[in-house]
Design a protein around this ligand. Structure first.
Ligand code: HSE
Length: 434
């Protein structure tokens, strides 16, 4: 059988990795796919020194690939929203299947892209968009298809996890670790996407759609980054038996779905609390399988290429099947997606770590306890530290039981209004994940 011809758009970290893996493992991949896979064209503005492209034709214009009649599958690895959207829509228009690693594209324009792909009867695969080399989309979409998924929670940004790990283990400065993550090719072109949780929210949006059968709704995800975390909170969390991780949480409730990314305290003995460096992990809780955990490299040249090439193999295998019977893009049949809403963050429920800086006066603790109890907020643990020399203030650290966020917002406002409380109350959400 003739080889399937693919075109790679973008020869950066992931594009270079994809070319190398396709070339190095060509024979093994052909044995799995049932046909050879040939890179017929590459679109790249500059060569990648880590990639020996030999005689493969190279163009500077990505649309040459989308319009190339020889090409069956366009692999979109240019990143970003605008040009990538145009490229993918053009490829679909021309009847080509698409494989992409672009989480921003899928989270923001996925509904439009999938509708177009259904119209044209082509596949769009995006395993590499979430958690790099971990086949978590396939696991949820196919491996767990018997389950009603209750919740999922994941460390889904390698750069952020690398920064938090280096800060905690080696006391390194935030900026210094971020520079290293950029040099290693982990960080996004705009690294604020990593540190402010936007990249994780893109990925969480995709996971939630596949887990719950809902349209992609990135604009409704709550996003909070790690840039405001202090080493004081990292240390207090440790003293209370927790680790702080930047977590994406998607949870089914009766009134809607929670969709939130924020720093989170997790009990230190949970496996996911011990996922360090650039590694990612996603826990999925389903009614039949219970909790399952998927762990691996969340970013990097060949780890991400592994997922891209796996999608190419899936497309090649499916090329001969009935287009009406392809695995649906968002795991559920498009006409049976649910309209159960995404909840605003005020309606989400979590436990909370609160740090209050108070003047060293009698009765402050009692006032704090009153404010919380008046709002029905149950305290799980409390720790009062000695007076800090530099400002004469006493740090009070509380962990609450689970409560709706709106009540905590109200309590924080009341706490900050107390005469003996100085500055803002630090709030970090806590998840037990059990
Ligand atoms: N910047 C992303 C991360 C790359 O650090 O996880 C992989 O999506």
């Amino acid at each position: 059988m003739k080889p399937v011809k693919v075109g790679i758009c973008g020869l950066g970290t992931v594009g270079g990795g994809t070319f190398n893996v396709l070339k190095r493992n060509a024979e093994e991949i052909a044995r799995r796919a049932g046909r050879g896979i040939e890179v017929a064209q590459i679109a790249a503005r500059r060569p990648n020194p880590k990639c020996e492209t030999g005689a493969t034709p190279i163009t500077a214009d990505i649309f040459d690939v989308a319009n190339n009649p020889e090409i069956d599958i366009v692999i979109e690895l240019i990143g970003g929203y605008t040009q990538a959207r145009e490229l993918v829509l053009k490829a679909i228009e021309n009847g080509k299947h698409v494989v992409t690693a672009n989480k921003a594209l899928i989270a923001v324009h996925g509904n439009e892209i999938f509708a177009k792909a259904r119209e044209k009867g082509v596949m769009v695969a995006f395993e590499a968009a979430v958690a790099g080399g971990i086949p978590v989309i396939k696991a949820i979409r196919e491996g767990l298809s018997a389950n009603r998924i209750n919740w999922l929670a994941g460390i889904i940004n390698g750069t952020g996890n690398f920064i938090l790990t280096e800060m905690r283990e080696k006391g390194r400065a935030f900026e210094d670790v971020l520079k290293e993550a950029q040099a290693l090719g982990y960080a996004e072109a705009d690294p604020t996407f990593d540190v402010e949780g936007i990249d994780a929210a893109h990925k969480l949006t995709i996971l939630a759609s596949i887990a719950f059968g809902i349209p992609l709704q990135f604009d409704k995800a709550y996003t909070e980054g790690i840039s405001k975390l202090t080493s004081a909170d990292v240390n207090y969390a440790e003293a209370l038996g927790y680790r702080i991780k930047h977590l994406g949480v998607a949870r089914r409730t009766d009134s809607g779905f929670e969709l939130r990314v924020h720093p989170t305290l997790i009990p230190a003995d949970r496996l996911i609390a011990n996922v360090n460096g650039v590694m990612n992990a996603v826990m999925v809780n389903g009614d039949a399988a219970g909790s399952t955990l998927y762990y691996g490299a969340g970013a990097g040249m060949e780890a991400t290429a592994s997922a891209v090439v796996a999608d190419v193999v899936d497309v090649v295998r499916a090329l001969t099947t009935d287009p009406e019977n392809h695995v649906p893009h968002l795991a559920f049949q498009p006409d049976s997606l649910s309209d159960h809403p995404i909840l605003p963050i005020e309606a989400c429920e979590s436990a909370y770590y609160l740090r209050i800086q108070a003047k060293d006066h009698p009765g402050v603790l009692a006032q704090v306890a009153t404010i919380l109890s008046e709002r029905g907020i149950n305290i799980e643990s409390i720790m009062q530290k000695e007076v800090e020399e530099q400002d004469g203030l006493v740090p009070m650290i509380l962990v609450t039981h689970r409560v709706v966020e709106a009540r905590v917002n109200d309590a924080i406002a009341a706490l900050e209004a107390l005469e003996d409380v100085v500055g803002n109350v630090v709030r970090i959400r806590v998840e037990q994940l059990n």
